[in-house]
Design a protein around this ligand. Sequence first.
Ligand SMILES: [Zn+2]
Length: 255
Amino acid sequence: MKRLIFNFNRVFFDKILKDGVYPQTIHIFHHYFKDENAYLKEFIRFAQNKGYVIRGYNYNQKTGEKVVYLSFDDNYETWYEMAQMLKEEGATCTFFINFAPNLMSDGLINAYYNSLGLINGKPIGLDKISDLIQQGFDFGNHGLSHVTFSDLQLSHVKTDLDLNRNFFQRHFEAKLTNVAFPYGSMRYFKKEWIDEISEEFGTIYAGHPLSQTENNDKFVFRSPLYISESFEFNLKIQRISNIKPSLTFGKSLIG
Ligand SMILES: [Zn+2]
């Protein structure tokens, strides 16, 4: 059945791929790349060639400007090197970070990254984060502990976000704005929390389509970067998601 839905989506989508119309604003996120960022680099070049600038959420889109808002979730040592590549390509991004791995012992760090599917993963060093802030990269709030928020009460969700924000503020004297909640899917978040969380912590960036009529400053859908698909597919996918939020394509990393 899933396969059938996927094929149906593809027929619908293939028409859009041929129509030459690119969205003005695109929200794309990812976690880490196992190909040493090769796909990401070529994707950025393709998007720039189509007239896009690639930026983080601290960037204000100018009238008529085409922007790919690029963001990454979690906390990876490899972000630093990737960020230098982005800089060389004239791009920036937002890192939605959770600081728990920076506070854990080595044994817990291993267990944590294994659970995310990245064997031998390590958190990015705090000195590296300072460096990235200096370089103009944006940081957002992914909660402290990376637990599934839907298992918690709203007050606990706010505490988790607040602890993470305070950690950032204390270390870097800068504000951690906006939220991407752990695991991205609305299965792990509650619609009735949107107003209160966005008011207190900024715009919420979700990693899965949801019942949303249009983007607003409370809740924005980010599409995963589908690395098994074409660059054009990744630039146009959000048009589909906006039309039919229930549609998803293939499998992506959600973390
Ligand atoms: Zn995550």
